[in-house]
Design a protein around this ligand. Structure first.
Ligand SMILES: [Zn+2]
Length: 480
């Protein structure tokens, strides 16, 4: 690799170690897995307190995990230069690196990988992955996420000789696309899967056309995108012979799963991950999410960030990444709603089960100039505004007729009028690129709508059609 593009980090020794430990923990999660977890936690606390000025200042005399107060992304980003255990890691240097899309998956400072999170939770994050954490993510993906379940065929750890199509957020150092590029550059050409990366921001018909030409064996994308492609496959506008569909990044509903499986006639494998830990939980062949709790600690917490007992759906979640000793995350507020499930899974794995209540935004159906339907994926719309207008705290409400989109902004957005001007421009460009015509974009000063049960914000919402006036029924229907 040239000096301008150093190879992505890969440490053979750490990789073999992570592989064998992950394998052993899989044989005995409650015994070997928990022993490894305890060792890793002690090592993380040691490395953090000796190497991170930020944590040392914040927690003098800390000994165990419970001694660490929950920490937010905003706080860590504000203390970026003091956060890592390697003093060469500074915010200025990291941001200069991620500003250049040409160096995606390049080794940074010798042996780190950098990726950024989108700003959907308010503030974009920059995450440094060391060789140890990458080795752990690789081992988890190969042995658990991509491992063969009962009645399933393993596609092999690196997807050797498969044809991967990745439809996701591209054009920036996002975890998914960085990982794909790292895979492409690390695996010898004879064994490497063929990888096609497509932008989820492109019109769905263009994405479908590219997929049709490539004929991937594995489709890797968001549930909303997989479901939209499944509709095209059902309609005969797409003819893919897939072996598997891998989804992540959004909530996968039972309806979406059924639709994707039926249209493509292949298994759907879902996972729950984040920029802060690549695969937090993986889905087994029984469709349940198992927590990788030998490599991380996940604490469901209430509104005041106090740990909740098993069985209760949380308000937020604290993540401790036991693999990354360079940019430590201890009791980091991940924000997701998670429930620990007490029961053991019928698949036989003793890794604990969780349920995740992710954000479930709506896929929009707008129209082109000839009044033909145009599918707009929520993640694409969000990314268009985030990247094009640098606004993250918004909500787009689409009228049921698909003719209007109302933008609302959270109170924390200082100048909502300026945010609207920028967002409208970015959104109008995005819609025009998709051939959408005649959709009015307006601003409302009202508060964004929140989900009644959780209080969480959905960014992209299709409003239900106004009820049609009918003769009142003889007796009021039961409330649901
Ligand atoms: Zn299971």
């Amino acid at each position: 690799m040239t000096a301008q593009h150093p190879a992505p980090p890969f440490d053979t020794w750490l990789w073999m170690q992570a592989w064998s430990e992950t394998w052993c923990a899989g044989l005995d999660p409650a015994g070997a897995g928990q022993r490894l977890r305890a060792q890793r936690l002690a090592r993380l606390i040691d490395a953090t307190l000796s190497g991170s000025p930020f944590y040392r200042r914040r927690h003098p005399g800390a000994h165990e995990l419970a001694d660490f107060r929950p920490v937010s992304k905003a706080e860590l980003m504000a203390h970026f230069d003091d956060w890592a255990t390697d003093r060469r890691i500074t915010r200025a240097a990291a941001q200069a690196f991620v500003a250049d899309p040409a160096c995606i998956a390049d080794g940074w400072l010798g042996n780190y990988l950098l990726w950024t999170s989108s700003g959907t939770s308010g503030e974009p994050g920059v995450f440094v992955q060391d060789a140890r954490s990458l080795a752990a993510y690789d081992a988890i993906d190969a042995l658990r996420l991509r491992g063969a379940g009962p009645g399933q065929v393993s596609l092999g750890s690196w997807g050797a000789r498969q044809r991967f199509a990745f439809v996701g957020a591209t054009g920036g150092h996002f975890a998914g696309v960085v990982s794909m590029e790292r895979l492409r550059r690390l695996v010898p050409a004879a064994l490497a899967p063929e990888i096609r990366v497509l932008s989820v921001l492109e019109p769905l018909c263009d994405v479908a056309q590219a997929l049709q030409a490539q004929q991937p064996s594995v489709l890797i994308t968001y549930p909303s995108c997989a479901a939209a492609l499944a509709r095209l496959q059902e309609a005969g506008q797409l003819r893919l012979a897939l072996k598997e569909v891998w989804t992540g990044g959004e909530q996968l509903s039972a309806e979406q799963r059924q639709q994707i499986q039926a249209a493509f006639g292949c298994p759907v494998r879902n996972n729950y991950g984040a920029s802060e830990f690549f695969t937090i939980a993986w889905e087994c062949a029984h469709g349940e999410l198992h927590l990788n709790d030998d490599w991380l600690v996940l604490e469901p917490v209430d509104e005041r960030l106090r740990p909740l007992p098993v069985g209760e759906m949380s308000h937020s979640t604290l993540l401790t990444n036991l693999a990354n000793l360079t940019q430590p995350l201890l009791r980091y507020q991940l924000g997701d709603r998670v429930r620990r499930v007490a029961e053991r899974c019928s698949c036989g794995s003793a890794f604990p089960l969780i349920e995740v209540q992710g954000r479930a935004d709506d896929t929009l159906r707008l129209r082109d100039a000839q009044h033909r339907p145009v599918t707009i994926l929520p993640l694409a719309l969000e990314t268009a505004i985030e990247e094009g207008a640098h606004v993250t705290q918004f909500q787009a409400l689409c009228g049921s007729d698909g003719d209007s989109i109302e933008l609302r902004f959270e109170a924390s957005v200082g100048d909502a009028r300026a945010a609207f001007t920028q967002s409208r421009r970015a959104l109008a460009d995005f819609l025009a690129h998709h051939g959408v015509s005649g959709t009015r974009i307006s601003m409302s000063a009202a508060e964004p709508l929140r989900q009644r049960a959780s209080g969480k914000l959905r960014r992209v919402v299709m409003l239900p059609a106004a009820p049609v006036r009918r003769k009142p029924p003889a007796r009021a229907p039961a409330r649901r």
